[in-house]
Design a protein around this ligand. Sequence first.
Ligand code: FES
Length: 573
Amino acid sequence: MNGLRKNLTQYGDPDFSLFLRKAFIKAMGFSEEALARPIIGITNTASDYNPCHGNVPALIEAVKRGVMLEGGLPMAFPTISLHESFAHPTSMYLRNLMALDVEEMLRAQPMDAAVLIGGCDKTIPALLMGAASVDLPALVLPTGPMLVGHYRGEVLGACTDCRRLWAEFRGGRMGADEIEEANGRLAPTHGTCMVMGTASTVAIMCEALGIALPGSATVPATHADRLRIAEQAGRLAVKMAREGGPRPSELLTEAAFRDAFTVLQAIGGSTNALIHFTAVAGRLGIEVDLRAFDALGRRVPVLVDLKPTGQHYMEHLHWAGGVPRLLRELADLLSLERQTVAGVTLGAVIAAAEEVPGQSVIRSRANPIAAEGGHAVLFGSLAPEGALIKQSAASPALLRHEGRAVVFDSLEDLARRIDDPALEVGPEDVLVLRNAGPKGAPGMPEAGYIPIPRKLAQGGVKDMVRISDARMSGTAFGTIVLHASPEAAVGGPLGLVETGDRIRLDVPARRLDLLVSEEELARRRASFTPPPPPPGAERGYGWLYRQHVLQAPEGVDFDFCRPPQRGGRRVTP
Ligand code: FES
């Protein structure tokens, strides 16, 4: 069944169900002719709490225009909207809730294809997770990046420069008036963070996967071209509705994920993207092997010169040729024969890439920003199931480092003691934060960017080795080891570290080790008591989350959202 006949409400009489549905929808003024068309669902992720989605109403209008031009019936519907700064305790805690919402609304309502409008970090992953589970023909339309801001002759971007300026303020090098003035310049337009944060990374990877139109990741949110892409997305969705595909399962293959992870390494993208796309792949029964991801990173250099790894912003990447031009540099590593949602192969997308004379944002493989990819996966006694470091945003001098652990037991403990003048800590020490993983915090907040203790920051210390079971914003920088798995709250070795222990980080060897004897660790393990469940975990969503959330190497998805038949399909280098 298609169109309005699809997914009828059940009363035991399908003809009556359709009669009733039409009676109600006609209250909106639709004619019989309009109601006979293919229906295109459009996710409305606009919210007064989400400035990254401030252009969604205009995008919906443009998508609707495209749908109408092609003879379809556009139907926008609301979903949960998540903004990074307006989601307590953290947007990651709610990503799976949004994915459940999207999945069930795509399934419950009549539609033949969908345009998935999202942007702020967790929204596109949630949209894709839901769409992958329903396997409805769909394409992603990102809201697009903000334009850059300016402050006293400096170009600024959310939110790498938010962190940099805040560190300057904490270090006493910026006054209260100055930081307040800069606060109004960091996010000057609608759209997503314009550095290589999670939103930019996810949008770029959607182009690489072939589930978003060429150019749709990088055109600024406020640019007319974004509306034209939205119109094109609407037109395309009608074609997909008529042809019954391509469906997510046809586009999001092992080869597509391998290409997307290749691009993730080449852009020095957000560490969060590994978790999100592992979750999306998991919805399709595809496992992501962390060692394979690391092996990709050894072959793929960082080519894109964007903050926080480099110096430019998303609009500059766009005018340098955008994702298709980047893909051209990586062409020999990609599956060029793969079909994309645009109806052409990835090879054809690359062939049509714009060549911009003199651009310096997208480097050649012979002249990379960094010889190895952005991310390295570490294993060792402190992370038996893996940990991640964004080596392209780390201090080269700290990539091999041994130091004394200074342990914080929780986010509250961190907030209480990090700036205590009595805290015994030096620049060579290793800051450890635990109980900030998927179950521990809960929601694996972006707390891995542990602040440099104020007394050290004021002394000019800009980076230290920091280790946690938390995540980190893609906009952050530093020698920061994340996602240590299993997390402390479920008995991972991070929970056994004591202040004063020695920790060795060796990124070239991909090792992260706690230099404590096995006998001593066994003694500590025997007396280990997990932290009590966080408030809210005894009922409702908090209960569901705590019972079913998986660890970082499985994408922090819910166990019951993965297909029952898994295994055999893996992303390999
Ligand atoms: Fe929305 Fe950065 S806060 S993309």
